[in-house]
Design a protein around this ligand. Structure first.
Ligand code: GLY
Length: 328
């Protein structure tokens, strides 16, 4: 005898299957637009220039992976951007150590942490993704891999960053106040003309951090996550707090459950705040921001505090937005 529940289940499955079948002359509502509308989002003000660089790839129908790599490379090479790449503030021993990762819509990933002497950690991350059997290399091993793959060894400590570090040494007081002045990862996410998503994230991490400290930026799932069936997310700000809730992946899962990109970012920020409260810690000197796009090209952002900006580029222009935030 067939149980009543099974009959009901079978009946329900049949109805669902019937509903999913296109009717003659009718098309089902597409999950992604028939003609994807490309879009690029980046963290902070320097995202504007980075977006323009990435758009050069997108407008030629290039892929989002190339676009995000090219985009963030611009910031990595800029000595005036003091928390990414060349010119980044060093750790407390005076060494500039870099974290970066890259991901495409098919879960291809590459990541590098605590890498020294290479101007473009994002390209090392991509080389790890494409040329190594692994997804993440750190420290000396990462440098060895980079040199073996044609990257040039360079001094990343500029005069300005060294001066600031020597000044810091006078007190050696470590009070990581996370804001745009001392900490601003470039995270970029993009949807290309074929509807494919990708993301990249790169930073020199917290100024005057302990040697060996790794933040969220190279941690796939924390600083960056891309799911071709859902969307792309990246984070900026206090990496330890983002890692604590596996932030970027959390936002992706919220979007998978139907939240808009902005609501998903907000939910992740709220969880981070809750973890602060549970540990009876203050959020006063902390900033965290998420940016997200879904595979329809809708986007959103949310931050813990006031002061987080993000740049959005599409065919209509390139604009800087102030993100909404949870606490003042
Ligand atoms: N969000 C970058 C870091 O904490 O290093």
């Amino acid at each position: 005898m067939v149980a009543r529940r099974t009959v009901i289940k079978t009946g329900a499955s049949a109805i669902l299957a019937w509903l999913a079948k296109p009717l003659d002359g009718w098309a089902l509502e597409p999950k992604v637009p028939a003609v994807p509308k490309p879009i690029i989002l980046s963290t902070w003000k320097f995202g504007l220039q980075a977006n323009e660089e990435a758009w050069k790839v997108i407008e030629k129908n290039g892929n989002s992976l190339d676009a995000v790599e090219q985009g963030v490379m611009l910031v990595e090479a800029d000595p005036n951007e003091r928390s990414v790449g060349y010119g980044g503030r060093p750790d407390r021993d005076g060494n500039v150590t870099l974290d970066a990762c890259i991901m495409d819509h098919n879960a291809n990933i590459g990541s590098v942490a605590c890498l020294q002497h290479i101007v473009h950690p994002i390209s090392v991350a991509r080389a790890i993704m494409e040329k190594s059997p692994h997804v993440m290399l750190v420290g000396d091993g990462a440098l060895k891999f980079a040199l073996e793959n044609g990257f040039k060894k360079e001094n990343l400590l500029t005069e300005a960053s060294e001066k600031e570090w020597r000044e810091w040494l006078k007190t050696s007081e470590y009070k990581p106040i996370v804001n745009i002045e001392n900490h601003d990862t470039i995270g970029m996410i993009a949807l290309d003309t074929k509807g494919n998503l990708a993301g990249a994230c790169t930073t020199s991490g917290m100024a005057f951090k302990l040697a060996g400290r790794v933040g969220d930026s190279p941690i796939i799932g924390a600083g960056l996550y891309v799911d071709g069936e859902v969307g792309a997310v990246t984070a900026t700000g206090h990496g330890e707090e983002v890692i604590r809730v596996v932030g970027a992946h959390l936002v992706i899962e919220m979007m998978r459950q139907g939240k808009t990109p902005k609501k998903a970012c907000k939910a992740a920020v709220e969880l981070i705040k809750r973890k602060f409260d549970l540990r009876q810690k203050q959020t006063k000197d902390t900033q965290i921001g998420f940016i997200a796009i879904n595979n329809l090209g809708e986007y959103g952002a949310f931050a813990l505090r006031k002061g987080f900006y993000y740049a959005v580029k599409d065919a209509t222009g390139n604009k800087l937005y102030k993100a909404d935030y949870l606490v003042k």
